[in-house]
Design a protein around this ligand. Structure first.
Ligand code: F0G
Length: 398
């Protein structure tokens, strides 16, 4: 069943709808399961380990073994900040971002519905993931990308997996509006996160976090927020398995130049006013009108969580720091969670001793240009061992 998040009207899940026909609000999937958690033990570490909790037809699964990502205890950074820090490394998914969790479920739903074309608008990662899963499912794939604002690795993936790629003159929000219109006209099946089945896959991040902690919640889960699907999905995941007195404070981090959810949070409001011209170095979250704002704000308010913004410099510093102290390479948007953590520890919002899980959402190689820009160029040198020894061992300048 799918249900409207606002008026609670219920619909069959074989209907292709993206918003509530009655009130126009967004929808959520309502899985019907009652399982003993022990059934998950010993299964392979993928999204489908939790298949009983995911409301799609198991016989149609399209998968690349996504999920089961590293859960790294980051002692050095944690000790420095005075907290118990874990990092959930979603860049280890097959196409390098958390989108694969949603896409395996979304593509499975597409197969179940018997559609032949899938589509999305994307800041990059959704398109990379959709292109790969559409290839695996054998469906036609159309993607809209905001012109000039998609990191190179993501663009390469979408093209290389055979999607029909359109570079749209406009930002992500405008591209999504156009793609949604085509979906409403039934030319394609929309696999942006407004599709409630996408979030059914992404909620497994929440399952894995509490499962890895012995079915305990951390005190806080922090993550970057763009279109606001992922924070909503993780909250759904943790609430499906945890009791109300043991839930994490959901903490969303936005880039300063693209912060509509933060603006609502500051006003303690459920209304979201779009940011007209969003801008940030973290192109993945360069979004001004997040479609899942209602779900995200519910997650933040209901969990007694928080929302913060970080500057581009803070994002880039955190990205480099995480790479160099803990060996975890992430793209700029992902580093927003670490930058936000630092800011909230400094500001006293995160208490000393808290157990915090930062979700880092995409791999460093997604955006090689930004990574290279942050480094000194390699030293160009002849293949001469004497010269190399002089520099490396004797400290001689080239
Ligand atoms: N981190 C990365 C690496 C992303 O690619 C995205 C979203 C987010 C965080 C934010 O997640 O939208 O669920 O709040 N990327 C989308 C895309 C919009 O098209 O790839 P969100």
């Amino acid at each position: 069943m799918i249900r409207c998040v606002s008026c609670k009207e219920e619909y069959d899940d074989d209907q292709i709808i993206y918003t509530c026909p009655k009130c126009g609000n967004i929808l959520e999937a309502v899985p019907d399961f009652d399982v003993d958690k022990s059934i998950f033990d010993g299964r392979r570490q993928t999204v489908w380990k939790y298949k009983e909790c995911i409301p799609v037809d198991e016989s149609k699964i399209v998968s690349l073994d996504e999920g089961g990502t590293p859960f790294v205890h980051c002692n050095k950074l944690g000790d420095e900040l005075g907290i118990d820090l874990y990092v959930k490394v979603e860049g280890s998914n097959p196409t390098g971002s958390f989108k694969d969790r949603g896409m395996t479920v979304g593509m499975t739903k597409a197969m179940e519905l018997g559609v032949n074309t899938v589509g999305c608008a994307s800041t990059g990662n959704t398109s990379a993931s959709l292109a790969a899963y559409a290839a695996r499912g054998g469906l036609r794939c159309v993607v809209f990308l905001p012109s000039g604002k998609v990191a190179l690795g993501k663009l390469a993936q979408a093209m290389f997996h055979g999607a029909e790629v359109f570079s749209v003159d406009g930002n992500f929000d405008e591209a999504l509006e156009a793609m949604t219109q085509l979906a409403l006209e039934k030319h394609l099946y929309l696999l942006n996160s407004i599709n409630p089945f996408r979030l059914e896959g992404q909620k497994t991040i929440g399952y894995e976090i509490v499962h890895d902690l012995g079915w305990q919640s951390p005190d806080r889960i922090m993550l970057p927020v763009g279109n606001a699907g992922n924070i909503s999905a993780i909250w759904k995941g943790v609430t499906e398995f945890k009791e109300a007195d043991d839930l994490p404070m959901m903490t969303g981090i936005q880039a300063e130049g693209a912060s509509p959810i933060y603006n609502s949070f500051k006003k303690k409001s459920m209304d979201m006013t779009p940011v007209e011209n969003p801008e940030t170095v973290a192109t993945a979250i360069r979004i001004g009108a997040p479609v899942s704002s209602i779900k995200a704000l519910h997650a933040i308010y209901d969990s007694d969580g928080y929302c913060e913004t970080v500057s581009d410099d803070e994002i880039l510093d955190a990205q480099k720091y995480l790479a160099r102290t803990e060996g975890i390479g992430v793209e700029p948007a992902s580093a927003a969670s670490i930058a936000g953590l630092r800011k909230l520890v400094d500001g006293g919002v995160v208490d000393k001793g808290e157990r915090v899980v930062c979700v880092v959402t995409g791999h460093v190689l997604k955006d090689p240009d930004t990574a290279i820009k942050a480094c000194v160029e390699p030293t160009q040198i002849a293949a001469d061992v004497d010269k190399l020894r002089d520099i490396i061992v004797n400290g001689k300048k080239e």
